[in-house]
Design a protein around this ligand. Structure first.
Ligand SMILES: [Zn+2]
Length: 238
């Protein structure tokens, strides 16, 4: 067996036997891994508390055929802020769940890792519900599904207005195409999605909660769920 070091974000953990856990970790250099953490449920465990979902850790593992074995863990950032604001943890867990769905076993995806680590840090510092919405939009974009926001996704009309969004086409619809379907989209919500994806994320996150931010959150979640073809379990709590 070979030994490796990496850093990663803990996505989830499940119990194994009496004292162990299987930990799913999105690592920077080794993609998504699943590793056994032995003895972590005993109160004497040295690193049990470091292996909580949302924690960013430096780790050392033995490579196994399916499951690796965690031999060392140090906390880089416990993202404690996520537990201090109501609702924050739920948003964080939904980002972990989405990443878990997108990440492939042992396939490095440094861009995804950077995005997730950054989004958790931002959410811990600025508990805006738009952080997870922005994360979902950017995740789709990373996957190659950059939403079409400047022309009708069905007929190519560029003049607008665009009062609807079609999940199947992955973009906005003009007035006449929008009559045939799609979800309603207000001009304010469209403007906010454009800011999130157009390099104005920081100012967008400062938006106070409103009907528009709720619209953008719901649309982002729907677009992500459409792409991964399943519902996020944690989204029921959002
Ligand atoms: Zn159209």
């Amino acid at each position: 067996m070979s030994l490796y070091r990496d850093q990663g974000v803990v996505l989830r953990t499940i119990k194994l036997g009496e004292a162990d856990r299987i930990v799913t970790i999105l690592t920077q250099g080794h993609g998504k891994i699943r590793a056994v953490a032995k003895g972590v449920r005993k109160t004497t465990s040295r690193f049990g508390a470091r292996l909580e979902p949302t924690s960013r850790i430096a780790l050392q593992c033995y490579r196994g055929r399916e499951l690796d074995v965690v031999t060392q863990v140090e906390t880089i950032d416990a993202n404690r802020g996520l537990r201090e604001h109501y609702g924050c943890l739920t948003h964080a867990i939904s980002m972990l769940e989405a990443s878990d769905q997108i990440a492939q076993d042992r396939e490095p995806n440094p861009a995804l890792y950077r995005m997730l680590a950054g989004a958790l840090r931002t959410l811990a510092a600025e508990p805006s519900p738009l952080v997870s919405a922005a994360f979902f939009w950017k995740l789709l974009s990373l996957e190659g599904f950059h939403p079409m926001l400047d022309e009708c996704a069905r007929c190519g009309d560029e003049s607008g207005p665009f009062p609807a969004f079609d999940l199947l086409e992955g973009g906005v619809l003009c007035e006449s195409c929008g009559q045939l379907g799609g979800r309603r989209l207000t001009p304010e919500a469209l403007a906010l999605v454009r800011r999130i994806l157009g390099g104005e994320l920081r100012s967008a996150l400062a938006e106070p909660p409103s009907a528009t931010t709720v619209d953008v959150e719901r649309l982002a979640l729907a677009a992500l769920e459409h792409h991964i073809e399943r519902h996020l379990r944690s989204a029921a709590l959002l």
